[in-house]
Design a protein around this ligand. Structure first.
Ligand code: AMP
Length: 462
């Protein structure tokens, strides 16, 4: 994961993977697999069930659901017309597709809330750089059909827990409430007035945003705009009674669970469907390892104990955003439901987690690292070789081999090179006796074992 396809530059004209997308090979593959298994296991224990939706969706799922004015849809989405003239898009995020599936399958008639987790590739046409690719992997989960603050807290807890369980240190939650359709307009009015006063200082893009989606001004990464955002009115003073109460309860849960959080009034998360709670999980980084991440943030809570009174502080310490999410009570309606369906979700950026300091890879259960290399010599042995592989599969011991090769020296050479701890040798003599030689490569000791006892022998010794 850390090494890019470095051969790309070396072979002009060759057919290589698309820019910002790459093959996942060898140990990297195991690393992803291990993370997905671990995260899925935790999600299952917390009551979530798996779902897989298509990688392609109708474009409208994202233009209506996520919003045309957002970067991920308006600027970064891969969309195209099919031969049948349908407009489709490669999914840039997971939530809209899950809500589409919830509505399509009438999941409102199931016991609520419906709790779903998913993982897989997502696509955004961004400028590739460290921590930012055009194809990247997310692990996400959504709870649909619940309006209570405890569900927001559960979502944050689970995101935090998964990252903690894979060894990520210095985790903090950045959190904000962006109100709802009743109280947000008042805030937007105030925010617009504030930015109008400073119209000459904001970037051209933000001037557009001021007309179309003023909340997004708080998200701008331009230095001058960031500075203005820091001093902008805080939405906390504008929340209606219900939104304030909701947010207060979410924070209370975080405090009870001792999850460190930090209020960040400029956190709006760039997606139209959010209401009320929005959050990001960040890990404090070494300066060098975070220099290219867009989300370097300025606020940090230096208190270890979470506190609702904790106020924003300015800090130069960079933070790497590993995941985030929020509540999206109006998304269902945007996708065609006749009523709002309250929901909340989160997505973890798996590529970033895997290269984050402290990440300790959970060994995948399905893909096991073989400890045995199987060598066979001669036609008689070749004929018996499948019996040996099958004997090992029955006791769930994976092996490596070069079954097409004949020479002992060649096969031994491979075993030495890969540094495997055990080899099994099946020569002509052993094939006649229905046995194999098991050699410990470290001690160089070896033993002849009948094939029908091989499974038990290996389970005991390897
Ligand atoms: P988002 O869907 O934008 O809220 O992103 C959730 C998480 O996905 C982020 O915190 C990142 O860790 C990760 N992420 C988002 N965009 C990218 C990208 N282009 N490349 C790698 N990871 C990404």
């Amino acid at each position: 994961m850390s090494k890019k396809n470095s051969s790309k530059e070396k072979k002009p004209g060759a057919l290589l993977s698309p820019k910002g997308m790459r093959d996942i090979l060898h140990e990297d593959f195991l690393s992803y697999q291990g993370f997905f298994e671990k995260a899925a296991e935790i999600a299952l224990y917390y009551g979530f069930k798996p779902i897989e939706t298509p990688i392609l969706e109708k474009e409208g799922v994202f233009t209506s659901g996520v919003g045309l004015e957002t970067d991920i849809v308006g600027k970064e989405m891969y969309s195209f017309s099919t031969k049948g003239k349908d407009r489709l898009a490669l999914r840039p995020e997971g939530t809209a597709g899950i809500m589409r599936a919830y509505l399509e399958h009438g999941m409102h008639s199931l016991p609520q809330p419906v709790m779903l987790y998913y993982y897989g590739p997502f696509f955004r046409h961004e400028k590739p750089q460290k921590g930012r690719a055009r194809e990247f992997f997310q692990f996400g989960f959504e709870t649909i059909g619940a309006a209570e603050p405890i569900i927001d807290a559960l979502t944050i807890k689970l995101t935090h827990l998964i990252l903690e369980e894979v060894g990520i240190k210095n985790l903090t939650i950045l959190i904000n409430s962006i109100g709802d359709s009743r109280c947000r307009p008042n805030y937007i009015r105030e925010l617009t007035a504030y930015y109008r006063k400073h119209i000459n200082k904001i970037c051209a893009h933000c001037r557009m945003r001021l007309k179309k989606n003023p909340l997004r001004l708080l998200d701008c990464k331009e230095a001058a705009c960031k500075e203005l955002a820091e001093k902008s009115p805080d939405i906390m003073g504008f929340l209606c009674e219900d939104c304030r109460e909701h947010f207060k309860e979410v924070l209370e849960y975080l405090e009870i669970m001792q999850i460190p959080y930090f209020l960040k009034h400029t956190l709006v998360r760039g997606i139209d469907y959010y209401t009320r709670t929005v959050f990001e999980v960040v890990s404090e980084q070494e300066e060098s390892s975070a220099e290219n991440t867009k989300e370097n943030t300025e606020t940090k809570n230096t208190e270890t104990k979470p506190s609702r009174e904790s106020k924003e502080k300015t800090s130069a310490e960079p933070m790497l955003s590993l995941g985030g999410g929020g509540r999206y009570d109006h998304l269902a309606r945007a996708l065609g439901s006749r009523r709002d369906i309250p929901a909340v979700g989160s997505a973890i950026g798996v590529d970033r987690v895997l290269s984050a300091p402290g990440y300790s890879m959970p060994r995948p259960r399905i893909v096991k690292k073989p400890k045995i290399y199987f060598i066979q010599i001669g036609t008689g042995a070749k004929l018996k070789s499948f019996t040996v592989i099958e004997a090992l599969r029955k006791v769930r011991i994976p092996l490596m081999h070069s079954i097409n090769k004949d020479k002992l020296s060649v096969q031994l050479g491979i075993a030495e090179r890969i540094g495997i701890p055990y080899i099994i040798i099946l020569g002509q003599k052993e094939a006649n006796e229905n046995a194999v030689i098991v050699r410990n490569m470290k001690t160089r000791s070896q033993e002849t074992v009948p094939i029908d006892k091989l499974g038990d022998y290996l389970k005991k010794h390897v």
